[in-house]
Design a protein around this ligand. Structure first.
Ligand SMILES: Cc1cc2nc3c(=O)[nH]c(=O)nc-3n(C[C@H](O)[C@H](O)[C@H](O)COP(=O)(O)OP(=O)(O)OC[C@H]3O[C@@H](n4cnc5c(N)ncnc54)[C@H](O)[C@@H]3O)c2cc1C
Length: 344
């Protein structure tokens, strides 16, 4: 038998950021990662404190951005890399009215820290009304982040690349392991989890393209009109992701490819080739808040889910909340507490 402080199930943003808390606090763990692809590895990696449809911000945005920067510096001490790409989002305006709305929001306490009042017109793309940039926005180097973490776990014998089999779980024992706490970070995989499958986590399917642009952009910004466009390497760019709250099959929806092509053609006037299309299912919650907490009968089995469209900011920030709750009895913020779903 091998004794560990924690078993983590799932290696997306929830699992990885929680693992970081364990590494930072010298706790032992193993992380199970199945071969079913999750949402995190297909995500754009955009870190954005502003809702760019309506020019509003969201709950805890500033605290989350600051905490992410601090966490990334801590991670750098052991992976030797900082995964934050400090390129701002440039929102392409649809018309003058939208630009005026943006400008008026720059004067509010809520949006002032995030919306730049200086507008830019960019070369190569169609942007007759210019662009406004979002301060404190950035991108995560998603591929490098996951590759390095998985390599790190392998070297430290912390990674088990197999599907966690719920039928093999009995109290504090799973196969050859005994553990103090078990944290389920399964994203939409939670539907197969007999302990938490009654929790309403709703899939929101997202597709994105990898495209080869015939005329490269002369900057590294993240552009946003309908969706995000940014460079992955020399001339391959990420464009996406779509939002589809309807229940969909686990396969590529061809009509989304078309939708993305049309979206990109709206502001990119040159030829491009689609190299790849991918999709994933965001784990969302009706009240748009993550879900943290323990099973009512198995008090050391925890759920960490519902990161929604903000896997990076939510995933990073609430990992610490969950860790502090488990180890130091810190009360969970009621808005994210699993108890809100338990009928009295
Ligand atoms: C197209 C797209 C673009 C996005 N862009 C952004 C963005 O720019 N910025 C942002 O912050 N967020 C973005 N998101 C949202 C973000 O990806 C999600 O919020 C996040 O990935 C959820 O992370 P998670 O760890 O909860 O779930 P997942 O990433 O789905 O990870 C769960 C993992 O658990 C594994 N698993 C499940 N059950 C088991 C089991 N029994 N045994 C072993 N392993 C198991 C799965 O295989 C999976 O790998 C995007 C999502 C999509 C789909």
């Amino acid at each position: 038998m091998k004794n560990v402080d924690y078993i983590i199930v799932g290696g997306g943003y929830a699992g990885i950021f929680f693992a970081h808390q364990l590494i930072a606090h010298n706790k032992s763990f193993v992380l199970f990662s199945g071969d079913r692809k999750g949402a995190s590895k297909v995500s754009a990696g955009v870190i954005n404190p502003v809702v760019l449809k309506k020019f509003t911000t969201f709950w805890l945005a500033e605290e989350q951005i600051d905490f992410l920067a601090k966490t990334m510096s801590e991670i750098e001490t052991y992976t030797r890399k900082n995964y934050l790409i400090n390129e701002n989002i440039h929102r392409i305006f649809h018309d003058e009215k939208e630009k005026e709305l943006w400008l008026s929001k720059t004067e509010t306490d809520e949006l002032g820290p995030f919306l730049n009042s200086y507008f830019e017109t960019l070369e190569t793309i169609k942007n007759p009304f210019g662009t406004g940039s979002v301060k404190k926005s950035a991108r995560l180097d998603v591929d490098a982040f996951f590759k390095d973490f998985f390599d790190y776990f392998k070297v430290n014998n912390q990674l088990i690349q197999e599907q966690f089999d719920y039928s093999q779980l009995s109290e504090n024992t799973y196969k050859d392991f005994t553990f103090k706490n078990l944290v389920f970070c399964e994203g939409m995989g939670v539907r197969a989890n007999p302990y938490f499958n009654d929790i309403q986590v709703i899939p929101n399917k997202g597709h994105h393209l990898k495209v080869r642009l015939s005329v490269k952009l002369d900057h590294q910004y993240t552009l946003k009109k309908k969706h995000f466009l940014f460079p992955l390497n020399e001339d391959v760019y990420y464009y996406g992701g779509t939002y589809d709250p309807n229940e969909r099959e686990d396969e590529i929806d061809e009509f989304k490819r078309e939708e993305l092509i049309v979206g990109l053609q709206e502001f990119y006037p040159h030829d491009f080739e689609v190299e790849e299309i991918n999709y994933g299912f965001r784990p969302t919650v009706k009240d748009r808040r993550p879900i943290l907490g323990n099973h009512p009968e198995h008090e050391n089995y925890f759920i960490y889910n519902g990161l929604g469209a903000r896997g990076i900011l939510n995933g990073c920030y609430f990992s610490r909340e969950l860790y502090e709750h488990i180890e130091n009895g810190k009360k969970l913020i009621p808005e994210v507490d699993l108890k809100r779903f338990i009928k009295k």
